[in-house]
Design a protein around this ligand. Structure first.
Ligand code: PMP
Length: 411
């Protein structure tokens, strides 16, 4: 007997599919510019020295006492350390912590954080529509759609000028359904690497308040814009905590989805958090209880190893400094690679100045799908069809090869 209903092949994940093609390619010069995971100068994954030291403390010094389940919304010490780390550097954030106006929950990294907030909003928020930048990280659409929230687009990147399409962005938001959700990338926008300026954020936030939108800030690359995680919080988090605290009627609540995958290199440890800010501590208690009710039947509780690493790093002054050094090192290398690529590109063929304006792990080159396919077939250089390069795949060893290949395909 067969009780299955018509199961077809699901479309493969584009980025992971690209890695498979890369692995199969016998060309010794091949370059993987697909996956957004940091690689060192030798092209190898990098365990941050601060993370290794935290693990040594957990195991050798016995800071890790057990492998018991953590509570449904995560480890208490982790949640308070991360809340302080994210909100405790700004005067309004400090007040929000003191007044218990923030829900903090440990989640299964950034994706889990987005999914949990999307599920919560689907259950308890009246407008089930979320505006997202075009383009955005493709999984954003899946996460929200699968949680019952309809994705909608706001213009973001102008491919003709390789700059932020601020006029159309504001025009679209100005017509957005009242009360809709809006997803914002806090810094190092994926895939474009292009962030709004402080003035542009002000304009965006003004429309958000006008249309009563609910902002969900996705912070997956905290630290990679300036090299300093605290400075990276600056623009959007500071502006939002201030606006919310001073004028809660303008911005009654917002959410923040945070991940330690990239900035601590804890990819597979699945360590992140979701925060929800609201003016009423009573509402915060209710939301906390509803989050528990939501998570318990989904995955019961988050994993414990990554959160212990984060806890040790954030609570140990010396280790915290050493981690900041590691983040700066990652950012410096990515910036060096970006400059190296820029310097080796032929500027008589095309204007590449936008590469210098972009931040973080990605470079949105503006190369067409045909050009990306040519890079793949003729040079074994694997980037996504939309022209995005993950700069982590480039180093001093291959930067010339990549730039010369680009010069050849755009000729
Ligand atoms: N948001 C964005 C914009 C991302 O690029 C990523 C990772 N590629 C994530 C969220 C989630 O990452 P993770 O679940 O590994 O923390």
């Amino acid at each position: 007997f067969n009780h299955w209903v018509d199961v077809q092949m699901a479309p493969p994940d584009k980025i992971l599919g690209l890695s498979e093609l890369y692995v199969k390619d016998p060309n010794p010069k091949k370059v993987n510019l697909g996956v957004g995971a940091y690689r060192d100068e030798e092209g190898k994954p990098w365990i941050l020295p601060s993370v290794k030291e935290a693990e040594r403390k957990l195991v050798v010094e016995g800071l890790e006492k057990d492998k018991e389940y953590v509570p449904i919304l995560g480890s208490g010490p982790y949640n308070s350390a991360v809340q302080k780390f994210i909100f405790g550097h700004d005067e309004f954030g400090k007040k929000l912590i003191a007044e218990k106006r923030i829900v903090s929950a440990q989640t299964i990294s950034g994706t889990g954080s987005l999914r949990v907030i999307a599920e919560l909003l689907n259950k308890f928020y009246s407008v089930k529509k979320c505006y997202m930048s075009a383009p955005t990280w493709p999984n954003h659409l899946n996460v929200f759609r699968d949680a019952g929230v309809e994705p909608a687009a706001y213009p973001y990147y102008d491919l003709d000028t390789n700059s932020l399409d601020i006029e159309n962005l504001l025009a679209t938001l100005n017509k957005a359904e009242k009360g809709a959700l809006i997803l914002l990338h806090s810094s190092c926008h994926n895939p474009t690497g292009l962030d709004a300026t402080s003035e542009q954020w002000d304009q965006i936030l003004e429309v958000i308040t006008k249309r009563e939108l609910f902002p969900i800030v996705d912070m997956a690359y905290q630290g990679f814009a300036t090299g300093d995680p605290i400075k990276d919080l600056g623009i959007v988090i500071h502006k939002m905590t201030k606006m919310h605290y001073e004028n809660p009627e303008k911005l009654p609540s917002f959410a923040l989805c945070q991940s330690f995958a990239k900035n601590m290199g804890l990819y597979g440890e699945r360590t992140g958090s979701v925060f929800l800010v609201h003016e009423s501590p009573e509402f915060i208690s209710k939301i906390t209880s509803q989050l528990k009710a939501l998570v318990r039947p989904m995955y019961s509780s988050p994993p414990c190893h990554g959160s212990k690493i984060v806890e040790v790093i954030l609570n140990d002054e010396k280790l915290y400094k050493s981690w900041l050094g590691d983040v700066a090192k990652i950012t410096n290398r990515l910036n060096e690679v970006r400059s190296g690529l820029y310097d080796n590109l032929d500027h008589s063929l095309r204007n590449w100045d936008h590469l210098k304006r972009q931040k973080g792990m990605f470079s949105y080159t503006g190369l067409s799908k045909d050009e990306m396919l040519k890079l793949r077939s003729d040079f074994s250089i694997y980037g996504t069809d939309d022209g995005r390069f993950s700069l982590a795949g480039i180093s001093n060893r291959n930067v010339k090869y990549v730039a010369e290949a680009v010069n050849a395909v755009v000729k």
